[in-house]
Write a protein that binds this ligand. Structure first.
Ligand code: SF4
Length: 432
């Protein structure tokens, strides 16, 4: 979402005549799209702005911050940055920059007032993004979240759920497809509750995804469409049925479960049971037998017992995820659970993370080994970060494949690759 926001911010700034520089020291205007999910990201923002503010002693520089900002950080950022704005205020950014000194005061009060009220302005979606990749794009379809998971601050930083118009989403997807983009990800904090805020006026998520599938069919072009992140509560069978019907709808599902324990899920306010999650997994296995399954899991949530970690371990074994983003719980100011005791030590969290990672590596390896010797369609993405002599690619199921001795001109294209070996979380292959 931050990348997508950055692409729109870039368009607005470039529209004012600014040019992109990759040399930080050269910039006249510099900003951050912040993420408040982890403290580490926010610490980075503080270290950056301190450095930039020192530069201001010798030259003129305007600084801004946007993105997901917790109320507590917002108050501090106001003193450090020249401008702070919500994405909904993006169309006003040129005025803010032009009148930086004057607007500053107004902006500060304006934002503080805003925190308490709903902000459903969506003009910023009309800003045409400057995509950072020629073959991969992120398309926001929804912003904000109504779920109020107790560990999460998103409903407070991004506000309530607002769906973008399906006509605008489909128009953006169509343009991307016409321009030869190969991988498109529909984005939202809670993507599959799309349309619920405009029931009767807008398409449901399944209907929107079907329309994307139809568009793909008509285009005759090859591309894959993903979505992230869905919530199990809104993951209905009709969405899975739609994915099964269209080649362009990627057979990869990222379905965050967060914990394998009912009581923890209840305390997280996830509002679904483990059995409901199992039912979705069984629907996926039945209707999309080739689909890969990814998840998010938190370890060390307030009050989590060893038995509850064991429940997460059991669920991971049972489902056999291809990928799991396992995170140590850290309280986020503004989220409800921040007022609860963070009673699991860092050491225990580390042990729990290691325990679940071990299972993930085993289940992922088992899935990957079954792919050896077979040929898969992959999208080649870049020169590999670890092996400079290899290109990295992704299967439709988003499994990383390193291809040795392939020419860089193939970056951004689909190729057939025979898998030659499997590791924990990746594969190696050769061009066919
Ligand atoms: S669904 Fe829960 S975790 Fe996801 S953005 Fe909403 S509140 Fe946060």
């Amino acid at each position: 979402m931050n990348q997508s926001d950055s692409e729109r911010i870039r368009s607005v700034i470039e529209g004012m005549g600014y040019e992109l520089t990759k040399i930080e020291e050269e910039a006249d205007l510099i900003g951050v799209v912040a993420c408040s999910v982890r403290q580490k990201s926010i610490d980075k923002v503080y270290s950056k702005i301190q450095k930039w503010n020192q530069w201001k002693n010798n030259r003129s520089l305007i600084t801004f911050v946007s993105g997901c900002i917790l109320p507590s950080d917002e108050a501090k950022f106001l003193k450090l940055f020249d401008l702070i704005f919500r994405m909904s205020e993006l169309p006003e950014l040129p005025t803010m920059i032009q009148q930086c000194g004057v607007i500053l005061e107004f902006s500060a009060h304006h934002l503080f007032d805003d925190l308490e009220r709903e902000d459903d302005r969506t003009d910023f979606w009309q800003v045409e993004p400057t995509y950072s990749s020629r073959f991969e794009a992120f398309v926001p379809i929804q912003n904000g979240c109504d779920k109020f998971c107790t560990y999460c601050a998103v409903p407070y930083t991004r506000g309530r759920e607002v769906s973008r118009s399906s006509a605008a989403v489909l128009e953006e997807v169509e343009t991307l497809v016409e321009n030869g983009v190969k991988s498109i990800t529909l984005l939202g904090q809670n993507v599959n509750s799309y349309g619920l805020d405009k029931k009767g006026e807008e398409l449901s998520f399944a209907e929107l995804f079907r329309a994307v599938g139809e568009l793909g069919k008509r285009s005759g072009k090859e591309f894959w469409v993903y979505f992230t992140s869905p919530h199990p509560r809104d993951m209905t069978r009709d969405v899975i049925e739609v994915i099964a019907q269209y080649d362009c709808l990627a057979k990869q599902i990222h379905l965050p479960v967060q914990s394998g324990d009912e009581e923890i899920l209840r305390r997280m306010n996830r509002n679904h049971s483990i059995d409901a999650y199992r039912k979705i997994v069984s629907d996926i296995r039945e209707l999309l037998p080739t689909a890969t399954l990814f998840t998010d899991i938190i370890v060390g949530f307030s009050g989590e017992t060893e038995a509850q970690v064991e429940a997460s371990a059991k669920l991971m074994e049972e489902v056999g995820f291809n990928m799991a983003y396992i995170a140590k719980y850290s309280p986020r100011v503004g989220a409800l659970s921040a007022s609860w005791e963070d009673d699991i030590s860092l050491e225990q969290k580390g042990e729990r993370l290691a325990k679940l990672t071990k299972i993930l590596k085993r289940t992922s390896l088992a899935c990957n080994e079954q792919m050896v010797g077979k040929t898969y369609r992959v999208l080649i993405e870049r020169v590999d970060k670890r092996m400079k002599e290899a290109l990295s690619a992704r299967t439709e199921g988003r499994i990383l494949v390193r291809i040795l001795h392939a020419p860089e001109e193939l970056i951004g294209t689909f190729q057939n690759v025979r898998i030659t070996s499997a590791a924990n979380l990746s594969l190696t292959g050769e061009l066919v």
